[in-house]
Design a protein around this ligand. Structure first.
Ligand SMILES: NC(=O)c1ccc[n+]([C@@H]2O[C@H](COP(=O)([O-])OP(=O)(O)OC[C@H]3O[C@@H](n4cnc5c(N)ncnc54)[C@H](OP(=O)(O)O)[C@@H]3O)[C@@H](O)[C@H]2O)c1
Length: 249
């Protein structure tokens, strides 16, 4: 967005990381950058801080990117027993942030009859994803919310886009090396922006689109239990590997 000349408000929880990113973007692009440090696991009070910091800004694009997932695939009850706050945190960060940020920013967009909201969901929302059930459920919320929000506000000049990435090489995926199935964030974002205004929800990056098509085709043609078990076994293997690694530490 900075490359395209947009001024930015960056919102995240670590002030030093925000300062570093703002400095780096500022060195490369002549745009105004504000930063707001809030922890989205917090309650409604954090939105008062955000509201105060964005007051009077003519916000044209909102990107709801913040998200958290599991440290590794795990059974639902194990997650809860290991950390009772886990459920609240993942729902606050992945769901509450998206709805509340839309509520803060939409009035300005509706007034000027123009605006773009990009909500980052996940391929996990639309394929079987056992052992990450709260994460995938939260992303399915983002998917459905986005589509219905688009219908409500299309006639007011608002474009809502929901993107559903597969694996991208970031801290969350813990994948450092990019390959065809795991693009860099830059590659993924470029692909997603190409779809803006053309489709309300999309995996956006071609190999991720094919992944979704293949799994959904397997679901429909071969049968659902086969696809679900196929993914379940893969995630069980990832879980075993993570637990073995944890025991060694
Ligand atoms: N990477 C993937 O493979 C993948 C696949 C599908 C969907 N996604 C989705 O893509 C989005 C971006 O994820 P990513 O892969 O870029 O993850 P990431 O590298 O972990 O980045 C997550 C961002 O969210 C911020 N954040 C996390 N918890 C927060 C909290 N409690 N309060 C405020 N900010 C918080 C982080 O800030 P700090 O730097 O301060 O921690 C960071 O800026 C997420 O919605 C994710 O679900 C990712």
């Amino acid at each position: 967005l900075a490359k395209r000349g947009f001024n930015l408000v960056l919102i995240s929880r670590s002030l030093t990381k925000l300062e570093d990113v703002a400095k780096k973007i500022g060195e490369d692009h002549k745009v105004d950058i504000k930063i707001v440090d809030v922890d989205f696991t917090g309650g409604v009070e954090i939105y008062d801080k955000i509201k105060a910091r964005i007051e009077g800004l003519d916000i044209g694009v909102l990107v709801n990117n913040v998200g958290v997932s599991y440290p590794y695939p795990e059974y639902f009850l194990e997650c809860y027993q290991q950390d009772p706050k886990f459920l609240q945190n993942i729902i606050s960060v992945n769901i509450h942030s998206v709805t509340h940020m839309c509520a803060l920013v939409l009035p300005v967009m509706v007034n000027r009859k123009k605006g773009v909201i990009i909500n980052v969901s996940s391929t996990a929302a639309v394929i079987p994803n056992p052992l990450l059930s709260v994460y995938s459920g939260s992303k399915a919320f983002v998917d459905k919310f986005s589509v219905d929000l688009q219908t409500e506000y299309r006639s007011k000049g608002i474009t809502v886009q929901c993107v559903q990435p597969g694996f991208v090489a970031t801290n969350m995926s813990k994948i450092k090396r990019t390959d065809l199935m795991t693009p860099s964030p830059d590659t993924y974002v470029a692909a997603a922006l190409n779809f803006l205004g053309y489709t309300t929800k999309t995996a956006a990056y071609l190999p991720h689109i094919f992944l979704q098509l293949t799994l959904n085709l397997m679901n429909d043609v071969i049968c659902e239990p086969f696809t679900t078990n196929f993914v379940f076994n893969q995630l069980l293997t990832m879980r075993k590997r993570a637990l073995r690694k944890q025991q060694k530490q």
